[in-house]
Design a protein around this ligand. Sequence first.
Ligand code: NDP
Ligand code: BG6
Length: 512
Amino acid sequence: MAENQHHPFLHGLSKHRGAPPTVVVIFGASGDLTARKLIPAVYNLSYDNLLPADFFLIGFGRSEITDEAFRVVASDAVKQFSRRELQTDVWNRISAHTTYVSGGYDDKAAFDRLYQHISEIEKKLGREVQPLFYISTPPSVFQSIITNLGASGLASKYLGQAHQAKVIIEKPFGRDLDSARALNTTIRSHFEEQQVYRIDHYLGKETVQDLLVQRFANSIFEPLWNRNFIESVQITVAEEVGVEARAGYYEQSGCLRDMIQNHTMQLLALTAMEPPVSLDAEAVRDEKVKVLRAIQPLNVQVGGDVTRAQYTDGMIGGVPVKGYLQEPGVSPKSGTETYAAIRLSINNWRWQGVPFYLRSGKRFPRRVTEIAIQFRKPPGTLFAQNKHLDLAANTLTFQIQPDEGLSLILNGKIPGLETRIQPVKMNFRYATTFGSNTPEAYERLVLDAMIGDGTLFIRGDEAETSWKLYTPVLDFWKSQGQKGMDQYPAGSWGPTTAETLLSTNQHTWREP
Ligand code: NDP
Ligand code: BG6
């Protein structure tokens, strides 16, 4: 399959009908995310001819830089971070339409200048241009930007039309239920929900979209996808990296806020939701919210449904690494968890009694994100005379990253004159079937927002429902400080207390 062709089914998941003339305005244009992900995403969309012919890019920020200086910053970002090398003809198409507006995020006059700047672009072009605002600043200024987009009239530009103004909001979306509600209130006083695209970049990953395809484009899974056949579900989002240079952010966040409340819960929602009535954004989001609402409140006490830990020093890939409390910028008394594990119950017809185990953390032995569906064990009766009786439970694993793919463990006969049984693995690997140069999540998400498809974004009530579940945990942990915080050596699969979350059901954590 050619590199830039999409599977036909994905046209249903996101209608790639072509974006109208668009101006993307990036707030926080001098920042890390802009360089690492956003500019390379725009470049690769251009490379694949997926940008509208009339495409404009405006950087906005407090840094006082010229248009030309911003173009240099942007082309350097492509050189350093794009999955494809910079090709001059592709870059020139973008560069010729790239400008920069400097100003403060709380300065209404700067937003008036931005309005004026966009109007001039439209005047030169002789037609209206869809404004797409990308808020890529630290969350402390989200509210100011949204308020000024409203006050300057930018938020309501072309409201009600297909090319109405749209806004993409980076994570984290609040830090608890109250702050998420406050942010939603500000957003709703300036934007309609259909204009708002709350990012969770995991939804833009190819394999996460494939989860929907596997579930709903195949007939063999759905009849088994319930409490009658499934024993448990384990979702692991493991990172090899530590806190790196991000202690300033991470100390205020921790694993539950950074990874579980958003990315891991999105994986859970897509795994557990009912089939939506259509692939429209609202239909998919309705089902996600429904299943999130069916999750039972968590027992936050030590020995309950949650556990947390910090990594201590250890070895990663044969190299010694520091413990969390010794990392630069981390308080030696820090109560911030770098690991969290949760046992969830979904109290609905499909899932009642099936435990969902979630874990995420930094400094695992390797980077791996997977969803493992463990089916009930087959009865051993038929092979009872055979000494190799312990039949493996069938396990279907979605390997989200890296080495993306899908595998199924089955029991098979070892060739020979006796009947001896061994678990065998059926394996589908993306790289083997489709080649390895798949689009980055941000490419898909920026394009979807440009064409007005919110399926792979979070709706306001979805974010709040997830925060509602976790806010009592966060409050309890805050009240405890370091008390009850477990530890795990860097390079291990987590603390021993996490084992007890599973052992009450005679389950164990996988070592993927
Ligand atoms: P940065 O810290 O690089 O900040 C982005 C820009 O915002 C800066 O270049 C600066 O631009 C402006 N800025 C920084 N601090 C402040 C401040 N205190 N007040 C006002 N403006 C400020 O952030 P990132 O690019 O790393 O992240 C941007 C957003 O994306 C965040 O919400 C983050 O959570 C999210 N994100 C980031 C990821 C990443 O890999 N970096 C991954 C996933 C999400 P100027 O001074 O020119 O105005
Ligand atoms: C970000 C978190 O949202 O996701 C980071 O803030 C984390 O802490 C990152 O490292 C992981 O993303 P990915 O795509 O590399 O799995």
